[in-house]
Design a protein around this ligand. Sequence first.
Ligand code: NAX
Ligand code: ADP
Ligand code: K
Length: 509
Amino acid sequence: MSSLIAPHSFYISTSQESQDIDARTIQEFGIESFTLMEVAGYSAFRDLIQRLQPKSHGLFFCGKGNNAGDALVVARYLLQHGFDITAVFISGTDDLSEDTRKNFQLLKRIKEANSSIGSLTIISSWNEFDLHTEADFVIDGMLGTGLDSEVRGDYNKAITWSNKEELPVYAMDIPTGLHGDTGKVMGNAISADLTYSFGTLKQGLYLNDGPGKAGEVIYCELPFPNHLKDICSAYLLDDQYVLAEPDRSPRHKYEAGVLYVVAGSEGLTGAAMLAAQSAWAEGIGAVILVCPHGNLPIYEKALPQIIKKPIGERDDYFFKEEHTEEVIATISEKKGKVLIGPGLGRNDSTIGFVQQLLETNEGDMLLDADGLWCLAQLKEWNKPKASTWILTPHPGELSNLLGRSIEDDHDRLESVKTLSTEKNVNILSKGYPVILGTPEAKAYLTSYDTRKFSRAGFGDVLAGKIGAFWSRDNSAAKSSALALLKGKHILENLLKADSSRIVEPKDFI
Ligand SMILES: NC(=O)C1=CN([C@@H]2O[C@H](COP(=O)(O)OP(=O)(O)OC[C@H]3O[C@@H](n4cnc5c(N)ncnc54)[C@H](O)[C@@H]3O)[C@@H](O)[C@H]2O)[C@@H](O)CC1
Ligand SMILES: Nc1ncnc2c1ncn2[C@@H]1O[C@H](COP(=O)(O)OP(=O)(O)O)[C@@H](O)[C@H]1O
Ligand SMILES: [K+]
């Protein structure tokens, strides 16, 4: 088992999975849907009251489904705290869902019973809403996981109005118009400053348009029994559980981790250097750079700490098929992991070399950059049974491996899950978000802005770090996660010191 164990608060669900968990909690566990709605709305309220100006005026945009019910619960609590509430029922107040109708009644009753609390105004359709209404914030309770097509009717107008106003928008569960699974805007979507995701994190918040539309995401726990959430197979990557797993403490130099870096060719030695230096900086026992002999003089000068193993003849500047045996003998000398790929080049003979190595080497391998390119040239490929592989493709490389183009990040997520399971490999798919797929069909998604790393060399640094953590006997998934989060922390610190800083790969070594 190589997966990371995420706490239930980091579970990501599709809309169908959310609906199944809701339904089973109600039917099998006996917690009523009205109670779930109350908990959802109350937890959003608890957070919101800390953010809002006391007794300010909120516009509550409501649809007909349960998403509106969540908003109406929030409205009831805020009303009692002296806030002025305008509830706008975009498509009327007829045929509201049962719990939403109940909450609508409760909202009216609480106002009737208490004249001293905030004011309550009900607007029964979008047409009746005065577009010049002055308010301090918007609560989006129009559509949640029930969205099933492009946004229709007056919801469209309400979204456009809200996006033009400068008011802070707080979305219930998912911004209206955003698809819960794909994260795509369904014709039109509200731009939220903050989204309260109830019970599970909704997948669409992290894919495609999701991060741009959702703003900050706050998880609100619902009384779902944990075992019902286990139908989810995606998780948000977070320090809280990744760093909590114990690291193996080293004893001897060669037990403190050995990483072989099979990399570099003439003109591309920089990639090999970045990967080797990045691994060495993690404090492992040894980084052994396996290189074509002709490139040795460059590394001798630039990488004194790194052990070099020159391969072939003095005038070999790239790897060739005839190097395979020598390389296998070299990487078998000490127990360690192998990173292959940075700066290898795409010479025909190099492709043959990589393919032979991948077919015959039984050890654990991390394939990056040109290593992946060589792999993708094979019509059929499978890793040797005994070995564990980590592949780190950027979108182009993933597409080569799949033999087709990738439509969007939702397609990327599904493809990564399928490929990692079918091929029994770990895949770190680069992009925004980074998606880490494991052979157990689990996927871990990053939630920070990975676009800052889109410069030449960041992939080499990342590969070096994954290799370093992996060489210390961490699982493949944990090593990948540690390397990603290491980059995230360094980025945060650099930006804290200077928010306009342009970051470079060497800052991350
Ligand atoms: N027990 C539960 O089911 C819980 C549900 N919760 C909330 O309920 C939400 C899901 O509620 P529902 O399943 O009632 O669905 P929604 O409230 O998201 O929306 C359903 C309504 O929207 C309409 N609709 C769907 N697509 C549309 C489109 N493209 N244009 C215009 N109208 C459209 C449907 O006709 C239906 O009336 C969650 O997102 C969450 O906010 C929470 O209260 C927690 C508990
Ligand atoms: N710490 C990190 N966290 C998230 N993503 C990262 C991190 N480091 C690198 N990346 C990803 O790696 C990509 C760069 O890798 P790649 O495109 O292979 O570049 P290169 O091969 O030129 O070094 C970035 O766009 C980003 O998606
Ligand atoms: K919503």
